[in-house]
Design a protein around this ligand. Structure first.
Ligand SMILES: *Cc1c(COP(=O)(O)O)cnc(C)c1O
Length: 488
């Protein structure tokens, strides 16, 4: 008798519901392997306000959980929250009364919408363009390439200045073609915390009658406060002639709950092209200013609560603390033989690179992880060596001296005993790629296992770092495609 073997997913809907306490217990228990951000020793991913503000944001978020942003005429409360938030951000970013915008779920959505708006504006006003192009620097956030990928727009990536990591405006000028619809600058860029020269970029955009987007996702709700504190922040917002759109996240230095960003446009005539309207189907008339349709009011209420509770004074205090801590950190790193800070970071984002072969930043990241620190790594690119990346948030401030001590000690150890990596010739790795089981062969070679992540990532990071980026993307996609499967 033959029996068909049917393979099922490991997790099924429970037949009877679980008691609430048990549900919550499970949820807590799932977190045991997460990075321990609560102590303030993670320098990425989490932007946490003080405990009182956190409690308020949580309460505000929950109080608007069910309200639906799909239709502002049914929920005028959400329209009020959104227009308030847009207005507060527009005022901080040099906007006049013409500047309009919307609340989105994050920097990525704000950026996708800014690219879509430029594309659709040009479809109508410059119909000769059949293959629209946007010009971005190597340091522009990956979200711009994602926007291009989704929207059928061509990203033209230009080299940035090799010493400053700033956009090279001569390169931008040379890259302009009759198909260019948008120039992009970052204030600052995420990878190096360096500000592009927006005055120069926007002047080029203006003289060529092209839109100019300023990606202030991470800096927009921070630089105005740093400037007021006396830090040198060159003009970067709507006060600069030629700037036509901006993105500014509230879930970073607005310390709001995640799912909160603002996209702004110079005027409603431009913003109109962001909308999607459809009343030709059989259901309700759909008018979507942003990408989502049904959406909870939670994130908006959380952001409104954070901004109104903290106020300018609260944000100034936090910026003062994190600016000082970042300067302390940079001085500390510069005093360590074997490490350096890349470029001239303007706010509280920095990239730390090695100056000596013995000091591998990938090994350093693993050593620091064993001491309870969580720090992001960045791969090398044509303009920049591999590096550690830190966001120095308010929760991290008190830890800077201890972190520097641990880094100093780890670097001394590395210099005394450099890490050794298995040497796998690049040709051997790249030769794997045309083959059907390339990924499995490669992951065996690398000792990668998507079911059980290793403690030490340095050998894997080191190899990925050497792969050409196109191959790296293949490996990462295959790996994560295997990660997202049920594990029981
Ligand atoms: C964080 C960030 C983004 C993307 O934002 P998400 O909220 O992660 O989607 C884009 N640009 C810059 C400069 C950023 O720092």
């Amino acid at each position: 008798m033959s029996q068909d073997v049917i393979s099922l997913h490991a997790v099924t809907l429970p037949r009877e519901g679980m008691p609430s306490a048990q549900v919550l217990e499970h949820l807590q228990q799932f977190k045991t392997k997460d990075i321990p951000w609560q102590q303030g020793r993670a320098f990425a991913y989490v932007f946490e306000p003080d405990a009182e503000t956190k409690a308020l944001v949580t309460q505000a978020y929950a109080s608007f959980l069910s309200e639906n942003g799909l239709d502002p005429s049914s929920f005028p409360s959400l329209l009020k929250l959104e227009t308030d938030l847009v207005s507060m951000v527009a005022n901080l970013l040099g906007g006049d009364g013409d500047v309009v915008g919307n609340f989105t779920t994050g920097g990525t959505e704000s950026i996708i919408l800014a690219v879509k708006t430029a594309r659709d504006y040009c479809r109508e006003h410059r119909p000769h363009i059949t293959q629209p192009e946007i010009i971005i620097g190597e340091t522009a956030h990956a979200a711009f390439q994602k926007a291009c990928h989704y929207l059928g727009v061509k990203p033209v990536v230009v080299p940035v200045c090799r010493d400053t990591f700033q956009l090279d405006t001569d390169q931008v000028l040379q890259a302009i073609t009759p198909n260019t619809i948008l120039l992009v600058g970052s204030t600052p860029n995420y990878s190096h915390g360096v500000m592009d020269n927006i005055e120069a970029l926007a002047a080029i955009a203006h003289s060529h009658d092209i839109f100019c987007h300023v990606d202030a996702c991470v800096g927009g709700f921070y630089l105005p406060f740093a400037k007021k504190l006396g830090y040198d922040v060159p003009p970067f917002d709507f006060s600069v002639t030629g700037v036509t759109s901006m993105s500014c996240d509230l879930h970073k230095y607005g310390y709001a709950a995640k799912g909160a960003s603002i996209v702004l446009y110079k005027n409603p005539t431009i913003r109109k092209y962001q909308f999607f309207t459809c009343s030709t189907w059989t259901g309700y008339s759909l008018v979507n200013p942003t990408i989502l349709s049904s959406k909870s009011g939670g994130a908006m209420a959380g952001a409104w609560a954070a901004l109104n509770h903290l106020g300018e004074a609260g944000y100034m205090n936090m910026a003062a603390d994190t600016q000082a801590a970042t300067r302390q950190f940079m001085d500390g790193i510069r005093s360590i033989d074997g490490l350096t800070i890349l470029g001239n970071p303007v706010m509280n984002l920095v990239a730390v690179a090695s100056t000596q072969e013995a000091v591998s930043v990938f090994v350093l990241a693993d050593m620091l992880k064993r001491k309870g620190w969580h720090i992001q790594v960045q791969f090398a690119s044509p303009c920049s060596p591999e590096a550690l990346h830190l966001n120095i948030n308010r929760a991290n401030v008190v830890w800077i001296p201890a972190l520097l001590d641990d880094i100093r000690e780890a670097v001394a150890q590395l210099r005394a005993m450099p890490a050794e990596f298995p040497q796998i010739p690049l040709e051997m790795l790249t030769a794997l790629f045309g083959q059907p089981n390339a990924f499995d062969a490669l992951s065996t070679t690398l000792g990668m296992n998507a079911d059980d992540l290793p403690d030490d990532f340095a050998p894997i990071n080191n190899l990925l770092n050497q792969l050409p980026p196109a191959y790296r993307d293949v490996v990462l996609t295959e790996f994560v495609n295997r990660m997202y499967t049920t594990k029981g």
